[in-house]
Design a protein around this ligand. Structure first.
Ligand code: OGA
Ligand code: NI
Length: 337
């Protein structure tokens, strides 16, 4: 269970929510307008929703059906594709966030199969590990729907990276090179009803380690964002046909904190199960993440030391399986004070 200070207040509250941005250019006569909307949302919230995002709506529906069909199976069936410390992809039912168990089960797969990551977080160890997907035999079509959806979201991911680059005053393709051998992962989340929703969280408060996350959610609600202006937990209202976007740690560092990765969590409830489908955009493992040279100068020196994305990522994920004695690694460990 969560310690008292991290438990959610389950009263429903109506407060100013995250921006909703229409990505269709016909509505915004000028791309500069769209770019500035994206820039403002990244700067003020770190979170926004998009509509007219180009991911076919029938696919969005299909992936939610596929997620439900997979998790509805008996646990013995799901455990056939169980992930472990060697193979990090597949089904997992006991993830921890900040050393507290999450009230959820997940299925993870890579968009690029195989992908490559360091074998260990140790700097002296330069062994690279090959990661590949595990696919269940049932439900039929599960794999196909997952892969088709992932490809569409990948396109949207590049489009958003381009808009974000432009919003930082950079050429649109400035960030693309970091994703040549990306380690991007898609996750299906299932949050079952919880008998004690005031004590647990579906996912404990955390920031996403990658560049960008694109989340599809159903109509149940539960995702909350820590509003930058006053640190109040704000619900992300389920919006038909919309996708939720958030800036991760990597963009925080690249932008030298012009954009910040914002804390978020998932609240559970005792009545309805919830499904959500995030795609986490992760750079290639060998990328050294550091503030972009174009964005730093004498008056705005780099706020972070360079770090190897793969090593950082592997170190961070070590705490997924068990409680560690110490808090796991965060980008603040690379902060130049
Ligand atoms: C995550 C996450 C949000 C959600 O998996 O990192 O923040 O709505 N999920 O499930
Ligand atoms: Ni998250």
């Amino acid at each position: 269970i969560q310690s008292i200070e991290h438990r959610a207040n389950l009263d429903t509250i109506e407060i100013e929510g995250i921006p909703l941005i229409d990505l269709s250019l016909s509505h915004t006569t000028d791309i500069n307008l769209l770019v500035s909307e994206i820039g403002n949302a990244c700067k003020n919230w770190g979170f926004f929703q998009v509509i007219n995002h180009g991911v076919p709506l029938e696919l969005l529906e299909k992936i939610k059906v596929a997620a439900k069909a997979f998790f509805d199976q008996p646990v013995e069936e799901k455990r056939k594709v169980k992930r472990d410390e060697v193979n990090a992809m597949g089904y997992h039912e006991s993830e921890h966030t900040k050393n507290v168990r999450d009230w959820k089960e997940v299925f993870d797969f890579l968009i690029k199969d195989p992908s490559f990551l360091p074998a260990s977080p140790e700097t002296e160890d330069d062994e690279i590990r090959t990661l590949s997907n595990q696919w269940p035999e049932t439900p039929p079509q599960f794999r196909e729907v997952c892969q088709t959806y992932a490809r569409e979201v990948e396109k949207l991911g590049y489009k958003l990276l381009e808009l974000i680059s432009l919003s930082l005053g950079l050429p649109s393709n400035r960030l693309n090179g970091y994703f040549e051998d990306h380690t991007t992962m898609m996750r299906l989340n299932h949050y079952p009803p919880c008998p004690c929703p005031e004590l647990a969280l579906g996912v404990g408060r955390h920031k996403d380690a990658g560049a960008l996350t694109i989340v599809a959610q159903d109509d149940v609600g539960g995702l909350q964002v820590r509003r930058k202006s006053d640190e109040v937990w704000v619900p992300v209202k389920p919006t038909p046909n919309a996708l939720v976007i958030n800036v991760g740690d990597t963009i925080q560092v690249w932008s030298n904190e012009a954009y910040e990765s914002v804390e978020h969590r998932v609240v559970v409830n005792s009545e309805r199960e919830r499904f959500s489908i995030p795609v986490f955009f992760f750079p290639s493992h060998y990328v050294m993440v550091k503030p972009l040279e174009e964005l730093v100068n004498e008056g705005n020196p780099p706020k972070y030391k360079p770090y190897n994305f793969g090593k950082f990522f592997v170190a961070r994920n070590r705490s997924d399986y068990k409680k560690l004695e110490v808090q796991n690694i965060q980008i603040s460990d690379f902060k130049i004070i």
